[in-house]
Design a protein around this ligand. Structure first.
Ligand code: ZN
Ligand code: ZN
Length: 353
């Protein structure tokens, strides 16, 4: 069909060129990047396009990349080092979703890019110690069971072995259940997390996905309600703080998801600290400690968001975060004035949390 379309353009000399067309289409398919197309107001979103960038397409894949790619509204691709890269080291770009387990990433690479990844993360059954694909051992009830060969899974603690099909079925059931729950509903997500936590390791990718959805639902509730509860804020903070160490391991350095998570941690810390101060549960000094801690998260988020194109959702978040940084500085000055007005001096006791 594609060949007929291209033939109809009159750019080909003869039907011998069909092979070339297929080859070119395959090369474009495998090497292209997703680009946000122009917004379609009637649909309320932008249609994704595919873009081929000759230099960027040379980047080789690793499930833990060392680059960060952003594409602006003029379709210019910018590739930043996401971490320090020593002279002579390979420059990698991760073509897959880092928050998916090895079997899903490898399937995506095999179907979409036609190769089997054999990177350090893929070779490590614990996936850099995260156990993102592991399940809880039904024998010792505490160990994590990871894939030890094509047909076997083994418990790290009691060494009990399980059939691949047995574990696969278990994970598939959890995945099927996730597909049918309402991901905008706090109670359904909480119930899902509670139930599958008995089966899957705490950082399993299905739990991480549910965690991200739940944090988003709580963020919307907190921002919508005139008087959100401290319980809601603490739960959202807990979810984001659970996610952060996994992101640090799987996406070291600059990462979009990490920047957003850091921003969300800061936002909730500020909201919660204000609520505690307003209800006189903490003193000015306690408030100041919490604001300084939140500032650390916001600064880290901003360092990553600064490189995003201004007209992207992350660029817009950067502008918002910058506004909030200025507001945070004003609040901190006011709190300091309050402390001084009581004749006290502020000594920071803030710990890095
Ligand atoms: Zn890999
Ligand atoms: Zn065990």
């Amino acid at each position: 069909m594609l060949f007929q379309f291209i033939t109809s353009l009159g750019v080909l000399d003869n039907t011998q060129d069909e092979y070339i067309v297929q080859k070119v289409c395959g090369a474009i398919d495998v090497n292209s990047f997703e680009v946000r197309g122009p917004p379609i107001p009637a649909l309320g979103y932008s249609q994704p396009l595919r873009g081929v960038y000759l230099k960027a397409s040379l980047l080789t894949h690793d499930c833990v990349g060392n680059t960060h790619v952003s594409i602006n509204d003029n379709n210019v691709l910018v590739c930043h080092a996401s971490m320090d890269i020593k002279k002579g080291e390979v420059i990698y770009y991760n073509y897959t979703d880092p928050l998916k387990g090895t079997s899903l990433r490898q399937h995506h690479l095999l179907v979409g890019k036609y190769f089997k990844c054999n990177c350090d993360r893929c070779k490590d059954c614990t996936e850099l110690g995260t156990n993102i694909s592991s399940v809880i051992c039904t024998e010792c009830k505490t160990g994590y069971v990871s894939k030890s060969s094509d047909q076997q899974w083994t418990c790290h603690d009691c060494k009990k072995q399980f059939d691949h099909s047995n574990i696969e079925h278990k994970v598939q059931c959890c995945s099927d259940k996730f597909d049918v729950i309402n991901k905008k509903n706090e109670k359904e997500l909480e119930e899902y997390i509670r139930n599958v936590s008995k089966i899957l390791a705490p950082n399993h990718y299905l739990l991480l996905e549910a965690t991200q959805h739940l944090a988003g639902v709580l963020r919307d509730t907190i921002n919508r309600e005139p008087h959100p509860t401290k319980k809601l804020m603490r739960r959202k903070l807990q979810l984001c703080q659970e996610l952060l160490p996994i992101l640090e391991k799987l996406c070291p350095g600059i990462s979009r998801t990490k920047a957003i998570t850091l921003y969300e941690i800061h936002a909730t810390m500020v909201q919660l600290a204000k609520k505690l101060f307003d209800s006189r549960e903490i003193t000015g000094t306690g408030y100041m400690d919490k604001l300084l801690n939140a500032e650390k998260y916001l600064k880290r988020a901003l360092e990553m968001l600064f490189i995003e194109p201004g007209n992207s959702p992350e660029g817009e978040l950067c502008a918002k975060a910058l506004e909030e940084y200025r507001a945070l500085k004003v609040t901190m000055n006011n709190v300091l004035d309050g402390i001084h007005a009581e004749g006290k001096t502020y000594m920071t006791t803030s710990k890095s949390e």
